[in-house]
Design a protein around this ligand. Structure first.
Ligand code: C5P
Length: 400
């Protein structure tokens, strides 16, 4: 077998019946050329003997944070630094909850806390536990922080239930790992993304804005970065952490956002306009706070520049993607906007649905381009972002 994965992999095993599949994963990893060290929680040891993993990896298995012998050979911080990648398979509901909360009460959790390397988890649990809102919230929040979530699969479960919750097969997990280490589709491409709302001042203390949370744009930044791109986010005011490995330029108004984008457009390969830019701004901002002396107050609003249209009108424009939020006739409106704004691709969604759009963690999108379309089914914004970036990269690479 070819050595396709010459990497140092830390395999974490938590308590679940799927732990037996991890032995197979370990065997495949070793055959693919990886050096693997295994860390097991106490619950995992109830399902499979550490000796199995010891024999298959050729290395001692770490099960206890207070094991002086193991710590003297390679302490847990050193072990976290040693790994190129951590994969936790199976990841139980309990482990996922603790990982999300930042607990460190077993050796695997402390390693996750101490690691700067990418971490992937392969959830495995009963379908009802997987569907539970607490588990879904934990997974969404881990995905937001850049933890890779691989699976679960659906099908028959050890308990007799049928549904989503089975751990991915060992071969599939190996493929995910191999894909992760392949140079990304957007390697060394420069991607500029606008995100969040804009804020248009009325006077020094008041403004006009909208409910955009910025989550979709930030998820896209993360997905593009994972695909190998150099990412710059031009972000309106939002309450989100800068995605690891990306650069953020913070702006308030549409005019500031336009300037930040146009300054960088020449050095951009791909532009994604995800911001909810205010269509209008107050013509004359008051220098002092406006006093409530009259019963009525009239504000004259004037149109803001259309940033994405300015980018597509630029001499040698980057590959451009826009968004369209529609309340009806999604396809017709989106296609018209694709043409009007001269975009290469448009991502449209129906707004007014309770699960998607502003502020939500999930989304559903319809992608349209000149001669094709793709429906991205309701999923977490991070997953939708990965699918969008993947499709966009295919189109971009076909043209460039
Ligand atoms: O025309 P509409 O606002 O529906 O278009 C939405 C798309 O255009 C989004 O991609 C949005 O980021 C972009 N846009 C922009 N500048 C504006 C208004 C919208 O870049 N002033």
């Amino acid at each position: 077998m070819q050595a396709t994965l010459k990497k140092k992999i830390l395999l974490g095993v938590t308590g679940g019946i799927a732990a037996y599949k991890s032995a197979e994963l370990l065997r495949l990893l070793v055959r693919a050329g990886a050096e693997v060290r295994v860390v097991m929680t106490a619950a995992a040891c109830e399902f499979v003997q550490p000796l199995t993993f010891h024999a298959l990896s050729g290395n001692r298995v770490y099960t206890d944070i207070f094991d002086a012998d193991a710590e003297s050979a390679m302490d847990h911080i050193e072990l976290a630094r040693w790994a190129d990648f951590m994969v936790i398979a199976p990841a139980s509901a309990d482990f996922i909850a603790k990982l999300n909360q930042g607990y460190g009460d077993n050796i695997l959790l402390t390693l996750c806390l101490a690691s700067k390397q990418p971490v992937a988890i392969a959830p495995a649990m009963n379908q009802q536990m997987y569907a539970n809102a607490a588990t879904q919230d934990n997974l969404a929040s881990l995905a937001d922080r850049g933890i890779l979530i691989w699976g679960p699969d659906s099908g028959e479960q050890a308990c007799g239930d049928v549904g989503l919750g089975r751990m991915l097969e060992a071969e599939t997990l190996l493929q995910e790992l191999e894909m992760h280490f392949r140079p990304g589709k957007l390697a060394s491409k420069r991607v500029l993304i606008t995100a969040g709302p804009t804020l248009e001042a009325i006077d020094p203390v008041r403004y006009i804005s909208n409910h955009s949370s910025g989550k979709m744009g930030y998820a896209l930044a993360r997905a593009a970065q994972s695909a190998g791109a150099e990412v710059t986010l031009v972000s309106g005011p939002v309450n989100l952490a800068i995605p690891a490995g990306t650069k953020r330029i913070s702006v308030n108004s549409a005019l500031e956002m336009r300037d930040a984008v146009m300054e960088r457009v020449e050095e951009t390969d791909i532009f994604i306009a995800c911001a909810a830019v205010s269509d209008y701004r107050v013509e004359q901002q008051a220098v002092q706070k406006i006093k409530k002396t009259d019963d009525q107050l009239q504000l004259l609003l004037i149109r803001n520049p259309d940033i994405v249209s300015e980018v597509t009108a630029f001499g040698n424009p980057p590959f451009c993607i826009g968004f369209a939020a529609e309340t009806e006739n999604l396809e017709a409106h989106a296609k018209a906007k694709l043409k009007r704004k001269n975009l290469d691709m448009i991502a449209a969604n129906l707004v007014g649905n309770s699960d998607t759009g502003f502020g939500h963690d999930s989304n559903e999108l319809h992608l349209f381009w000149a001669d094709g379309q793709l429906h991205l089914k309701l999923a977490s914004k991070q997953l939708i972002a990965q699918q969008l970036i993947d499709q966009m990269a295919n189109l971009y690479l076909a043209q460039n």
